[in-house]
Design a protein around this ligand. Sequence first.
Ligand SMILES: [Zn+2]
Ligand SMILES: [Zn+2]
Length: 90
Amino acid sequence: MNECFPGEEKRRYRRSYGVFPCPNCGRTYLRKDSLQRHTLWECGKDPQFQCPFCPQKCKRKSHHIRHMQRQHKDMLDLMNNYVKKEVTAE
Ligand SMILES: [Zn+2]
Ligand SMILES: [Zn+2]
């Protein structure tokens, strides 16, 4: 039975478990939309926004700011207070 459509079987297998490599950096993704998101938002995008409080890196500034506001609100408040004190001291 299967021998009648060996090509069909192979094609279906590839489509279901396809690996989509990025043409720019070679990173591979299991889903095409993941690769598209990568090429659109991640690949070759510089600079990376490194969180000063943890190893988190963000490709987009809005993500970076949102991350810090969510994860490090205390630290941000501390820094803001510190800056304010410095400014008023002078
Ligand atoms: Zn890439
Ligand atoms: Zn962080």
